[in-house]
Write a protein that binds this ligand. Structure first.
Ligand SMILES: N[C@@H](CCC(=O)NCCCC(=O)O)C(=O)O
Length: 248
């Protein structure tokens, strides 16, 4: 069987006088090394893209994390500078990509910003700066210079029994946390798969989805080769893309 091909969302960044379409290597390597997929990055050209032309050729989709936030106009909220930074061409690509992958039953793994995009793509909304909300933890990454420190495992989440995630890992697990935003109004198409001690929704799945669809607010990709629950999630995604590739 040929190696499953996995499509990744791209952020856009400006440096050296160019606009770059890019994705962090940690996500790409986790899928390459743990899920067994061949990573490819989808350019963030939004409506200029024929999504089916590329989705006909892939076996999975990953919506990655990002320091940028989904533009609040996608969930009916007026944008402010404080709610940024934004990457509107990423939004214009990721949101329809997520909806189309779900419609086609293509395995979908949405991480951090990707979970937030999944919720917004299906009609939900987000809350910003949740650390300022009453009785909420601070979910932002620690103020440390090194990436291992930023992605350190640091709070528990409770996994819902019997769901998509509950069939991969059970009970309580420890996760990293690098986000200012979170689900406010959950799409009625999503099921809660995990929650933090302060009630923050930490994982979701698509009700009745034809294929593997999981959104996680934490970052299983970062410790995918060393942390048990992280590895289990990437391996479960690997099984889903292999099955899809076999059928395709
Ligand atoms: N911007 C959103 C989503 C956070 C996210 O995807 N974090 C991953 C990148 C973390 C980093 O490199 O700093 C939010 O803040 O909620």
């Amino acid at each position: 069987m040929t190696t499953p091909v996995v499509l990744f969302t791209a952020d856009t960044r400006a440096f050296d006088g160019y606009t770059w379409h890019c994705a962090p290597s940690t996500y790409l390597e986790a899928v390459l090394d743990v899920s067994g997929g061949m990573p490819v990055i989808l350019t963030a050209f939004g409506p200029r893209l024929d999504l089916d032309a590329v989705l006909d050729r892939v076996d999975g989709v990953v919506a990655t994390g990002s320091r940028t936030n989904v533009h609040p106009s996608h969930y009916g909220v007026a944008a402010t500078e404080a709610m940024g930074p934004y990457d509107e061409v990423r939004d214009a690509t990721s949101l329809p990509l997520i909806r189309r992958a779900i419609e086609r039953g293509i395995p979908l793994l949405c991480i951090c910003r990707g979970l937030q995009e999944l919720n917004v793509a299906l009609g939900g909304s987000l809350a910003s700066d949740i650390q300022d909300l009453p009785e909420r933890m601070d979910h932002r990454h620690p103020d440390v210079p090194d990436m291992d420190g930023k992605f350190a495992i640091r709070h528990g989440v409770t996994i819902a029994a019997g769901g998509c995630l509950g069939r991969i890992v059970e009970g309580e697990i420890e996760v990293n946390s690098l986000h200012r935003q979170a689900v406010a109004r959950l799409s009625d198409r999503l099921a809660v798969e995990a929650t933090a001690p302060d009630g923050t929704i930490e994982a979701v799945s698509v009700k009745g989805a034809a294929g593997f669809t999981l959104g996680v607010q934490w970052h299983p990709e970062y410790w995918a080769t060393t942390d048990g629950p992280s590895k289990a999630i990437l391996e479960a995604f690997g099984a889903a893309i292999a099955a899809y590739a076999g059928g395709r």
